[in-house]
Design a protein around this ligand. Sequence first.
Ligand SMILES: [Zn+2]
Length: 234
Amino acid sequence: METLNKKIKNEDELLGLFIDVDGILSNTWLPFLHPTYNEVWATDGHVIIRIPPERLNKQYEPTDGCERLKLPTVEHPCSKSCTLAAIKQALEACPLVDEVETEEYEEKCEECDGTGMVEWEYTDGKMKTHYHDFDCPKCGGDGVIMHEKETKTGKKVSDEDAIIQIGAALFRYRILRIVADALKMLGADTVNITANEPYGMTEFEYDGIKIGLMCITADLSEKISAEVKLNEKK
Ligand SMILES: [Zn+2]
């Protein structure tokens, strides 16, 4: 395959597909330079893109503790390929579900009447009563309770949880959607599959850029909605 090896044009958009700004781990908030691998990584903890720094226009810094992150060992390297068209076809074959919008709204806490405080009393052995104000245990002192309201928009969207088989491994729709969007941005038609372990990592490689994803380890083979067939490389 021809190596283009050019600078990536839309790097913010591309890396932005992979990060998770609301994630628990700080390593998912921003793309960072991994000093051990000398690659820029962007990951949400489920899917990762790895790019040689010289292919990017911006400078990236290592994040705290990022050197502790290690790639899983691939026991059986794979040398197959698949097309973006095949991935898109599998995504399109997944079932549709009702689109739901979640709205948050707050309601005054009945327990503390919106004050956030409750008075607790304690009667000691001499029948003397002691009073003390505490944060309301029901609303945590906020005076309001958050509720979520779900409404159907009337539109149908692809089921993000649908299961797609790629070669030997299973993945969720939402993960493969990220891969498809990234490959499209990179202008990739055909990608190499360099790992495809049934209980481990599957890795896509295109033009020196690697996208790794962890498969579903539960046995959900009855629930497969679509399959991406891998091609043997000639
Ligand atoms: Zn309250």
